[in-house]
Write a protein that binds this ligand. Structure first.
Ligand code: ADP
Ligand code: MG
Length: 678
């Protein structure tokens, strides 16, 4: 029996060598081949001569009116020329170094040539001679490599369709096909490659994108079920009275948004299922206190809590904030990072293991090393997008099953949130504490820097402090350091005798960094020049000015994150972007930054401008690669697909129902590959 899982070598013309080459394109089975979709189509409809722009790539059809001639010139170079007649005009056609095409050119016959139009000379530089069949009016273009050519791929796909088209089965449940009027799978796959016309191709694409998003969301819902249902859930029955007292003892009243998310989190804690929740809130929206309440809740129920952050500086800062907030309570807190001294480390580990410690703050070495907890109930990670999907899974793989709360200060556009974090529940703090004065953002050119520095000197007389951020040019930390050092020297000279300037960069030892950071916190330094190592989380309310050099090198999300370092106290704050953008996107980014301080608006823009891959930074993106679907352009389909997946998973044992038989079969065949996460 024929199956789409048959190896590609069943096709005639695919031997060991070609199979190997196809494997490089990730094509191993017939299914891989027929779902290797073109990334675009060459619209080779004919155009009227007058409509064609100079240098445009077009197809010209006409009658060959001269014998083809090959002339040789230079070293091993040749030119094939002939003329065709089209619309009563005679057009010269030249092919360079493709003399073998001569046989395809027959005097007095019709020919179709694809090439680049030279409007002045009324001539075409040929690139390809097309078959005369009109079926190629809408030609698929595939990603190929040096070993596999477009034409080879097309031939193979056609060959596969001859034998296997009938084997392609519908796998989406009928109700979805009906509901969304989707093209069936067989038709859609065929029309992705060889559509009759634009309309048919559009329908095919719509179906394939839906399928792609839907299957992905089914997987996320499965993951969600696994995360939430893993082992026995924890029911953290916290002490409501104590929690109320604690919130009332805070020096401020919680914002409505903070109250709302605190309730969502507390409900999760009480429920027998595991918490698996993402807390999003702009910089300064007050996530720390929410984390503190959740930790206290766990402790009041007799559990231990852990707070994980990506850097040591942050760990120390969080320890400090928590120590302050927990001051009136009997809570045993400790810090654990890679620079914790051996003796202290041993003590901390012992106290965690026997339960004397209630809350531990640290970097993610917390869960990666042999740390034993007596009764771990809640893990909170801050700036969670720095922990990739795989690190998120570590907790589970370690056999620990605490409730988990992920916090992030990067407002994530919804489409990304439901893909990268589709398996989580999401809480959003969409409101800043009252009384904050919006940060004023200005964009200046590099030549205006000295003017800005003079203004800064004035501002410093009010007792405030300044950050100066130098960009991180990836892959070349030493250049960054040099760059930052130069700026530091310049500012040191400039402020000499008035203010103290410090320098912070990624090449410094942790201890040095801490010293500088602490000096800045204590206002022993008034100006801090830094590469982006301070990007995350640092809280110095007295700092009211941020100057970002070469600001156009940063993405919007990152600029926003940086800007959030100021505006934390009651003083007016400023952000100065220094940039000479070389292109329009750079210019637009600077403008948007001066126009809004709303992180969600900025993040949507950022996604639009840079695409999902860049959004989180290349490395730990956690954003799946979709073959056809586009998270921005096809977001409506994504939403629908997600709704469907959630609905299906909500019905118990859906996989046993006949309606889903094809779907479950399809999923079980494809369950090996984890393509979305690797
Ligand atoms: P985030 O971690 O979300 O960036 P933080 O938790 O560091 O923000 O809070 C920023 C500042 O706002 C802190 O100084 C904190 O004490 C203060 N803060 C938090 N919640 C409130 C509130 N409801 N009212 C006033 N100030 C608050
Ligand atoms: Mg924070």
């Amino acid at each position: 029996m024929k199956s789409l899982q048959d190896p590609i070598s069943v096709l005639s013309g695919v031997g060991a060598k070609r199979a190997e080459n196809l494997r490089e394109l990730n094509i191993q089975t017939i299914e891989d081949l027929v779902t290797y979709f073109p990334f675009r189509y060459e619209d080779i409809q004919e155009k009227n001569l007058l409509e064609i722009q100079d240098q445009e790539k077009v197809v010209l059809k006409g009658l060959v009116v001269s014998e083809p001639v090959v002339s040789h010139y230079g070293y091993k170079k040749n030119r094939l020329t002939f003329r065709i007649m089209k619309e009563h005009a005679v057009i010269n056609i030249s092919f360079f170094n493709q003399s073998f095409l001569k046989d395809k050119v027959q005097l007095s016959e019709e020919i179709a040539v694809f090439g680049k139009w030279d409007a002045k000379r009324k001539a075409l530089t040929g690139m390809k001679i097309l078959g005369s069949q009109s079926e190629e009016d809408f030609a698929p273009i595939y990603h190929v490599n040096k070993k596999i050519r477009q034409s080879t791929l097309i031939t193979l796909i056609k060959l596969a369709f001859e034998d296997y088209l009938e084997v392609i089965q519908e796998m989406l449940p009928h109700m979805l096909i009906e509901k969304y009027q989707l093209m069936n799978r067989k038709q859609a796959i065929y029309a992705m490659h060889f559509p009759k016309d634009v309309a048919e191709n559009h329908q095919a694409k719509r179906r394939i994108i839906f399928e792609e998003f839907f299957l992905f969301q089914m997987k996320m819902q499965k993951l969600r079920k696994e995360e939430k249902g893993a082992n026995q859930g924890l029911q953290i029955l916290y002490d409501v009275q104590k929690l109320k007292q604690f919130t009332q003892s805070l020096p401020f009243e919680l914002t409505n948004a903070q109250k709302k998310v605190t309730n969502e989190i507390c409900r999760d804690l009480r429920q027998p299922e595991h918490m698996h929740r993402l807390l999003q809130g702009d910089v300064g929206s007050g996530k720390t206190v929410v984390a503190a309440i959740a930790l206290y809740a766990a402790v009041s129920a007799g559990y231990q809590g852990a707070l994980m952050v990506p850097t040591e500086i942050l760990a120390e800062q969080h320890l400090e904030s928590l120590t302050g907030l927990f001051d009136p309570l009997e809570i045993q807190l400790a810090l654990l990072t890679s620079s914790t001294k051996a003796k202290e480390r041993r003590e901390v580990l012992a106290e965690l293991a026997d339960g004397r410690l209630d809350v531990i703050v640290g970097t993610h070495s917390l869960i990666q090393e042999e740390v034993q907890f007596a009764r771990l109930g809640l893990v909170i990670t801050d700036e969670q997008h720095r922990f990739g999907v795989n690190q998120r899974k570590i907790l589970r793989e370690k056999g620990m099953h605490p409730d988990v709360l992920f916090m992030t200060a990067t407002p994530i556009p919804r489409t990304l949130a439901i893909t990268a974090y589709g398996e989580m529940d999401v809480s959003i703090i969409d409101e800043l504490p009252a009384g904050r004065i919006p940060i004023e953002t200005r964009w200046i050119r590099p030549k205006q820097v000295d003017t800005a520095l003079n203004w800064m000197k004035e501002e410093l007389t009010k007792g405030s402090q300044v950050y100066v951020i130098c960009p991180l040019i990836e892959e070349s930390e030493s250049i960054d350091v040099k760059n930052a050092t130069e700026i530091y020297e310049h500012l040191r000279q400039f402020f000499m005798g008035n203010y103290q300037v410090g320098l912070l960069h990624g090449k410094m030892k942790a201890k040095e960094k801490d010293e500088i950071m602490n000096a800045f916190k204590e206002n022993k330094l008034q100006v801090l020049v830094s590469t982006t190592v301070i990007e995350v989380g640092v809280n110095v309310p007295n700092a009211t000015i941020m100057m970002i050099m070469d600001a156009d090198r940063f993405g919007l999300a990152q600029l926003h994150q940086l800007r959030g370092r100021v505006g934390r106290g009651s003083q007016a704050s400023y952000c100065i972007l220094v940039a000479n953008p070389k292109n329009e996107t750079g210019t637009e980014r600077m403008k948007i930054m001066t126009e809004t301080t709303n992180g969600f608006v900025l993040s949507e823009k950022d996604l639009e401008m840079r695409g999902p891959g860049e959004f989180f930074g290349a490395r730990q993106s956690g954003v799946p690669q979709f073959q056809v679907g586009d998270l921005v352009a096809d977001s409506a389909i994504l939403e629908e697909a997600r709704r469907c997946a959630i609905q299906i998973w909500a019905s118990a044992n859906w996989w046993q129902q006949p309606e889903f038989e094809q779907l479950t079969q399809y999923i079980s065949v494809h369950s090996q590959s984890n393509e979305y996460f690797d």
